[in-house]
Design a protein around this ligand. Sequence first.
Ligand SMILES: Nc1ncnc2c1ncn2[C@@H]1O[C@H](COP(=O)(O)OP(=O)(O)OP(=O)(O)O)[C@@H](O)[C@H]1O
Length: 264
Amino acid sequence: MAFVEARGITFGYRPGESAVVSGVDLAAEKGRLHVCIGPNGAGKSTLLALLAGWLQPESGRVLIEGGDVHRMGRRRLARQVAVLEQDQAVVPHLTVEQLVLLGRTPFLGWLGWEGQRDRKLAEEAMVFTHVDHLAARRLEELSGGERQRVHLARALCQQPQLLLLDEPTASLDPAHQVRIMDLLQRLCREQGLCVCLVSHDLHLAALYADHVVLLQEGRVLGQGPPGETMTFSLLEQAYGCVMLVEQSRLGVPLVTPVPKRFLE
Ligand SMILES: Nc1ncnc2c1ncn2[C@@H]1O[C@H](COP(=O)(O)OP(=O)(O)OP(=O)(O)O)[C@@H](O)[C@H]1O
């Protein structure tokens, strides 16, 4: 059974205006990495917020392990689902370790004290994401990429079953992009996590996705393995520019948007 399922979900931010997500069906499984791609404004972040239960669809349902996400208690939801948003707020004066420990909040007792196990999980998450050497630093003293890795550590520290990430590699250098994607893949394979992420990086999507969802104007234009969804015709239709799709030497589609001067 799918771990998280969207059944015909439709959502619009303002009544009477056209929907931002329209009739989306998808099924995401444990142990698999799902990547949602599509042009700016296609509705990817909105879809992620619907899967997280932060937004309620006008029609259709989001199910987690077969249960409606809006009927799950907030604490239960927070224990199962971790979200890494696109623009994480910087909480002033908080150290890296303190922020990562916030991932344990749904599991703490009523006094809110962290125990030894919580601190151990925070440390493991910081080692995983290569930020352990920054543990005592304040968030505002970090680079964008370092901060992004710290927020990922916070999400991992939560030990979720479903991890939703909005452009988790956006401000990372190529080595850290690969390291973080390797880590996410390992979490899927070894710990059976269900990972859904949004990305504009078509090459990373082709390299790592088990399942690609291609959105355009709120609708699913195609979904399936990268080889079936990242075709030049679907990508051109979605992005509205000419795309060259080759088979890379790593055996996955290599997508290059073609500059105008090569078309003249
Ligand atoms: N809080 C909001 N209130 C009103 N409209 C919104 C809100 N958030 C997003 N939208 C609109 O909904 C549409 C989809 O936005 P969304 O952020 O989901 O797209 P996206 O595919 O993630 O885009 P991008 O790739 O640019 O991040 C856009 O037209 C956007 O302007």
